[in-house]
Design a protein around this ligand. Structure first.
Ligand code: AMP
Length: 262
């Protein structure tokens, strides 16, 4: 790039205001802005929503042009994983925590495709959302462990007016499920309030959060309500410094995640 900075925003498309906030930040901080759209099959489990995952290339291009973005990288699956492909990148331990317990192999797929995108595009800076906190923490570790010369920028979660984190998967929800989903952010806020009021026993805060989620009958499964270290993602017992509150639930077939740092 001969002295010019290059920003990269990796996405899976079906773009919403959360994605656009990353692009706007990257636009401000770089001379050239690339957005990738690639629904990465390797990060989906065999019974997950790869086939149904929302795709809207015409709408995405319109949104991207409005930013404006300089380069759209939209490879096909065979471009990224040609016949005989056999190399994977895995960040151990952190990839098995939280979502990794419920989506085995997911983060290995993420770190593999992100490494490939970094090698193909060679960005100065790459932008990720706090919405997928574990993903950004794992990529931070990947960049450090593999001596990648790339600055990571993690941007705040963009929410709907009732607090629901914007997500391409929200489009799966029926109107009733969509209303029920507001309980996720309400529960994170409840946990945050308990901690700011002085509660320090993580188990007690976690229990109160679980009880709150269970009040919502449309939630079919609670994968986890976790209070963990912001860097290592290991569970905390006594809250004495910054912690991550993280939730993953299922409403119908739709898996939703959210988190806040307290
Ligand atoms: P995805 O297309 O879901 O893979 O997301 C692409 C990037 O956008 C990831 O870094 C996400 O963390 C980020 N992102 C997704 N939703 C939001 C949101 N509501 N607020 C901020 N960033 C988001």
């Amino acid at each position: 790039m001969q002295g010019r900075s290059l920003g990269l925003v990796p996405t899976m498309g079906a773009l919403h205001k959360g994605h656009l906030s990353l692009m706007q930040k990257a636009r401000q901080q770089n001379d050239v802005l690339t957005v990738s759209i690639f629904v990465n099959p390797v990060q989906f489990g065999p019974h997950e929503d790869l086939e149904q995952y929302p795709r809207d290339m015409a709408g995405d291009i319109e949104k991207i042009e409005a930013v404006p973005v300089d380069i759209l990288f939209n490879p096909g699956v065979k471009d990224i994983y040609p016949e005989g492909y056999s190399t994977y990148v895995e960040v151990e331990r952190m990839s098995n925590a939280l979502c990794g317990m419920y989506r085995p192999g997911h983060f290995k797929g993420v770190t593999t495709v992100v490494t490939k995108l970094f090698n193909i595009i060679r960005p100065t800076r790459a932008y990720f959302g706090q919405k997928d906190y574990q993903q950004s923490a794992i990529i931070r570790k990947l960049v450090k462990d593999l001596n990648m010369d790339i600055d990571l920028v993690v941007c705040p979660t963009i929410r709907e007016p009732d607090g629901l984190a914007m997500s391409s998967r929200n489009s799966y929800l029926s109107p009733k499920q969509r209303d029920a989903a507001a309980v996720i952010y309400a529960t994170l806020t409840l946990g945050k309030n308990l901690i700011t009021e002085g509660h320090r026993d993580a188990k007690a805060v976690q229990e109160a959060m679980l009880e709150n989620l269970k009040k919502e009958p449309l939630i079919e499964d609670i994968d986890y309500v976790a209070i963990v270290d912001t860097e290592t993602l290991s569970p905390i017992e006594h809250i004495s410094e910054q912690v991550l509150l993280a939730i993953a639930i299922r409403i119908g077939k739709t898996r939703l995640i959210d988190n806040i740092i307290v």
